[in-house]
Design a protein around this ligand. Sequence first.
Ligand code: GDP
Length: 292
Amino acid sequence: MAIQWYPGHMAKAKRQMIEKIKLIDVVIELVDARIPLSSRNPLIDEIAANKPRLLILNKADMADHNLTDDWIHYFKEKGYSAHAVNAQSGKGTASIPDWVHDLTAAKREKLESKGFRARADRALIIGIPNVGKSTLINRLAKRKIAKIGDRPGVTKGQQWIKVGKTMELLDTPGILWPKFEDPEVGLKLAATGAIKDELIDFQDIAVYLLKVLMAKYPNALKDRYGLTDIPQVDGEPTNEEIVELFDAIGKKRGCVIGGGNIDYDRTSELLIREFRTQKIGQITLETPEETR
Ligand code: GDP
C-alpha cells in the first residue's frame, strides 16, 4: 500500500519510530530483494542507531537469486546480519528468531555474567510501504495480526507477539518513507509497485524497465516476447533501440491502434504487469557493482 508523504508526516513517523525503538533490542529492517538499496529509508541509519539490526531481503522469490547472493555478501561485508526470505510462502522466516538471538548474544552474556536472567529478545519490523512488513508479522505470528497496508501515524494499543521460544515481536510495524531525491530510485520504486500507480507515468516506467532488461536480461525478454533479434547493447541502449523494442513487443502482443500504430499505454501496462508478476523472470533492478 503506497501513501503520500509530507514533511510533517515524516517528522512524526521519525519521532514515533525513535520512541518505539527504545522498547526493543533488535531492529528488523525489511527491504525488497529486487531493489535492496533503493527500498531503504534514507534515514534508517540515524533512526536505528545504537540498536543491533537484522537486514531482511524480502520477496526473494521475485528477485534474481544470483544477485540476491551478491547483495547478502555486500551487506555482510558492511557488517550487517543479512538474510533473504519470502514472507508470503514463509521460506526462510523460521530462522528469524535465531538470527535475532545471535544479535543479542553479547548483551545477554553481560547480563548473565552479573547473575541476571535475560528476557526474550524484543524486535520491531520496520521498512518503507509495500516491502512486506504486515505479511511478515502475520507469518511470524502464525495468524492475521497486522492489517495489510496499515498506515503510519495511526496508533493503536501495541502488543508483543511471542515468536518461537526466544523472541517477542511488536505487533505493529514501523512504517518509514522511501527515498525521493534520486529520479532513478523513484523509477525502481514505481516499477516494483512501492509507489501508488496513480502517481506514476506508466510509459516512463516501461522505458526504464526496457532499458534495464535490454542491458541485463536480454534473453528473458527474447523468451517472453518471442523476439529474435534484440540489439546487443553495450551499456545504455539508445532511444531508437528502446522504441524499436517497444514496437516489437507491442506488435507481438497486439497492442496496436488505428493505422497499425503501437498503443504505447497498453504496451507499457502489459510490460509493468508482467514484470511485477515474474512473467519475464526473476529480476533484480540494481547490483552491488553499481554502488562501487
Ligand atoms: P507492507 O506495506 O510493508 O506491510 O507490505 P504488505 O505486507 O502489505 O505486502 C505488500 C504486498 O507484497 C502484498 O501484496 C503481499 O502479498 C506481497 N508480499 C509480501 N511479501 C512477499 C514475498 O516475500 N513474496 C511475494 N511474492 N510477495 C510478497
